[in-house]
Ligand binder design. Sequence first.
Ligand SMILES: [Zn+2]
Length: 423
Amino acid sequence: MSILIKKAYILDMVGKEPNIKIGDIFIRNNIIEKISENIVCDADDVIDATGNLIMPGLVNTHTHLPMSIFKGYKDDRSLMDWLNNSIFPVEAKLESDDFYFNSCLSILEMIKSGTTTCNDMYFGTEKIIEAIEKIGIRANVSWCITDDSINDKIEKTREYFKKYNVADSRIKVLVSFHAPYTCNPKTIELCVNLAKELNTYIHVHLAETLDEENIIKEGYGKSPTEYLNDLNVFDVKTILAHGIYLSEKDIDILKNKDIGISHNPISNCKLSSGICDVTKLHKNNIKVGIGTDGSGSTTTLDMFEEMKCTAYLQKVNTLNPVAIKAYDVLKMATIEGAKVLGLDKEIGTIEIGKKADLIILDLNKTHLFPLNDIVTNIVYSANGADVRTVIIDGNIIMKDRKIYSIDEQELYKKVDNICKRLL
Ligand SMILES: [Zn+2]
């Protein structure tokens, strides 16, 4: 299998400053083999990308794939009210196939808006993996462990890890527990031991709301970050979702550990959770990627919307228009996100030898014209519908906005029936 992409603006996301040139890219199997001004060779697929931009696929560092049915369901509530009274009771009724169809819908939306990698945390993992394999996204998955049936979940995580964490696999299995306020210390300790045994990452929600901070302070007399540190969580490579309520002491703990943070700006805004101080994290050399969170709390899984929100929140939070630049935000959504997930040697930039996870954007749009600055146009003006073609692991998953691996209308019917039954 080979693909030749001709005459595109290429934004490689390699340097500290943007580097855009017009040229060709040749992909053989799943690897970028050549990048040059003019490549002449045979290929199974030739894509004329004249007037289009090719860039690395977007990396969504925090998702809950089966939550697609919660889009628009019980909006405008606080996190604890929303979770306890609206989400958890419905999640308890999800049936096996629901996980598959709901995940397919999320993956479809992500691919149509240029996301090529996601980092998921949920339950019903077997069916989530089935959806990932069906449509063809790159994904980290983890069974979100809470205090009930813990031995069963640990055994399942171990089983999936052995099956999927093999060379060249698009799917990686991590260990996750939900949050400091939903897991007791014994559960957290078992998760840390499992992550050490498997030498994999832990994925966990941390420092998302003031309520969480108060619950842990009342229960243990310390911040959620100090609490997890005392339970040796950060002895393991860790992906922390949110990171809003971090004191100087918390940042001192985290900056010396192998951790990365998923900033989920729209979810944080919608639930009024607070603002993650990305600029402060960057000053302390803490890796930060961008995530959407689940469809319930973010509504759209379009990473272009998240990029805009990331830029605006940092500017207004610091009252400083140069607090973060568009290119820094674009890096968070590509190579920095890949670093948070430990995948930066494989994806996140366009370089010879890297995996071919690429998106092609149609720049011939009214809202993107004129092209005075392509990078700022992408962050401040573009949206997911501008993505024309998506290549993941060397496979064309979407071409000219058509996805061939699944019947979209059939999927909508299935998900509609699930909503009618559960909501
Ligand atoms: Zn989440």
